[in-house]
Design a binder for this molecule. Structure first.
Ligand SMILES: Cc1cc2nc3c(=O)[nH]c(=O)nc-3n(C[C@H](O)[C@H](O)[C@H](O)COP(=O)(O)O)c2cc1C
Length: 368
């Protein structure tokens, strides 16, 4: 398919990106990302049936495997068929906000993004471009569902103030509930919109009282890679109190100094140039240990004092192989999400990426 061909050609030239100035690399890849996604929306990849042995139920909802996209791939609700045909455990839509957003423009570049292929990483400062809850919830209601559960990621709109801000968030959640979403993920951690989540716990309480307690749709909260380890139990306490259904760690990081150490030496100049000029959040392999430690801490805490409602720990950050999924199992993660690792594998394996990872995972689990 054309998207696979484009990604494969790109994989060949990508390592040269490292030699480009940050603004040129950002211009090429910010545009390239959009072209690839719009191409995928028109394609019908071959169906792959996930082995039944890999299925897992969360909150009584059967998921087709251990791995699905993280938020940020299908921000518009246009790619359900890609997840469902290629073997994703579920399909993630969003992050979506109450109002439509254009996303960030920095130095004339819309939604700046750059891959760091030698480091299996990326940096983005997209700024939550999305068409808004009304349009996306309508699209979700029209998905041709075939057993692949639908997750929707939502966030308070950084453009709204006062009561409108929280009311808009809960109104959106109700729209997705009516549209048939199986799981809602509340993004409390996007680092790219100027939203500083200063009222983090108040948002959780408000949504807890007005939506989570009365809704049958499980609500999971996604936290930042930069949340200190000690903060995990504190956030879990709030989630337990209001009946949230899980925690997802982690979103992208702005801890540039720590991430830089995990970036390949040949890509450090590009990393430094991009983060200085375009800012943004770091994703991919630099987050692998961070997400694992986050989830291990969350799982320990859940075991110490289990909440009354079924509660799952979801891992996102640096996942790229079956071996990563085995590591997740070891610490008690229920579901994994990937973004940067998916694109890395898509460039080599195209729509077979899930099938290949499942093969690695199954092989390792069976003692391979
Ligand atoms: C281009 C891009 C866009 C993203 N957009 C979102 C988003 O809209 N909402 C969100 O919660 N996370 C978003 N993320 C973060 C990812 O969901 C994920 O948490 C992070 O990239 C770490 O996972 P990874 O290492 O597999 O990429 C985005 C990441 C990337 C690279």
């Amino acid at each position: 398919m054309l998207s696979e061909l484009l990604a494969r050609i790109d994989a060949g030239v990508r390592p040269m990106v490292t030699g480009l100035p940050a603004d040129v690399a950002a211009r090429v890849y910010s545009r390239g990302r959009k072209v690839l996604l719009s191409r995928m929306a028109c394609e019908q990849p071959k169906r792959y049936s996930v082995p039944v042995a890999l299925e897992r139920a969360l909150w009584g909802i059967v998921h087709r495997g251990p791995l699905m996209w993280g938020a940020g791939v299908d921000k518009e609700g246009a790619l359900y068929h890609v997840s469902s045909r290629t073997g994703a455990a579920g399909h993630m839509v969003g992050t979506v906000t109450a109002n439509a957003r254009e996303g960030n423009v920095v130095e004339g570049i819309h939604a700046p993004f750059v891959p760091l292929p030698r480091s299996y990483a990326a940096v983005n400062n997209l700024g939550l471009p999305n068409p808004g809850d009304i349009i996306v919830s309508r699209r979700v209601s029209l998905f041709e569902r075939d057993g692949c559960p639908v997750w929707v990621s939502v966030m308070v709109s950084p453009d709204l103030r006062g009561a409108e801000r929280l009311e808009g968030l809960v109104d959106g959640m109700r729209m997705y509930e009516r549209a048939g979403a199986d799981v809602i993920e509340l993004n409390m951690s996007c680092p790219n919109t100027g939203e500083d989540f200063a009222d983090h716990d108040d948002v959780l309480k408000y949504v807890g009282e007005r939506f989570v307690r009365e809704s049958k749709v499980p609500v999971v909260v996604k936290e930042s890679a930069d949340l200190p380890q000690a903060g995990v139990p504190r956030v879990c306490d709030v989630l337990f109190e209001f009946g949230y259904a899980g925690i997802n760690g982690v979103n992208t990081s702005r801890a540039y100094r720590e991430c830089l150490e995990r970036v390949d030496e040949r890509e450090r100049e590009l990393f430094a140039g991009f983060t200085r000029r375009f800012k943004g959040g770091v994703s991919g392999r630099p987050l692998r240990e961070v997400s694992l430690a986050f989830c291990a801490r969350a799982r320990e805490y859940v075991k110490e004092g289990p909440p009354s409602r079924e509660f799952h720990v979801i891992r996102t950050g640096g996942i790229e192989s079956g071996a990563d999924l085995v590591e997740s199992d070891r610490v008690g993660v229920s579901m994994n999400q990937w973004v940067t690792g998916y694109w890395e594998r898509f460039s080599r394996e195209g729509y077979q990426a899930y099938k290949r990872v499942h093969g690695e995972y199954g092989g390792l689990k069976n003692g391979g």
